[in-house]
Design a protein around this ligand. Structure first.
Ligand SMILES: [Cu+2]
Length: 134
């Protein structure tokens, strides 16, 4: 009986972390939204952002839904009511029109993001306010 208990305890200890990590590592992108002038569509992991370090993911397409590669993408961010001077890491292009930027959200509250997108002669922006709750 004791051996069985020890066995199940070990299985529980070994298995427990995995669902947690698997869940945390999954990126869920919110539905795509149009940029200010409607020139591009962006879906991002806005609703997953939490206090601390995050990777902001921007999946960008043109209005026909085709991935936008080789674009010039800039993202600045700041708290809405407070100067936090967060780190400004570069935006890195990944595959299929996906761009990533490491961001640090030091406090709960409203964070404002300003994105600028430029591809060939087309330029557009997106402003977004996200409430960080955890
Ligand atoms: Cu603050």
């Amino acid at each position: 009986m004791k051996k069985i208990l020890v066995f199940f305890t070990l299985v529980w200890i070994a298995a427990t972390p995995f669902p947690i990590y698997a869940h945390d590592n999954e990126t869920h992108l919110d539905p795509a939204e149009a940029t200010t002038e409607g020139r591009f569509l962006i879906s991002s992991n806005w609703s997953q952002l939490k206090r601390g370090w995050n990777v902001l993911v921007l999946q960008i397409t043109n209005t026909e839904g085709q991935a936008l590669s080789q674009a010039n993408v800039k993202v600045s961010y700041e708290m809405e009511d407070m100067e936090m001077n967060p780190p400004d890491n570069p935006v890195e292009e990944k595959e299929n029109g996906t761009y990533e930027k490491k961001i640090f959200l030091g406090m709960k509250g409203n964070w404002k993001f300003d994105a600028t997108l430029e591809k060939d002669d087309v330029k557009d922006t997106l402003a977004k306010v996200i409430k960080v709750v955890k």
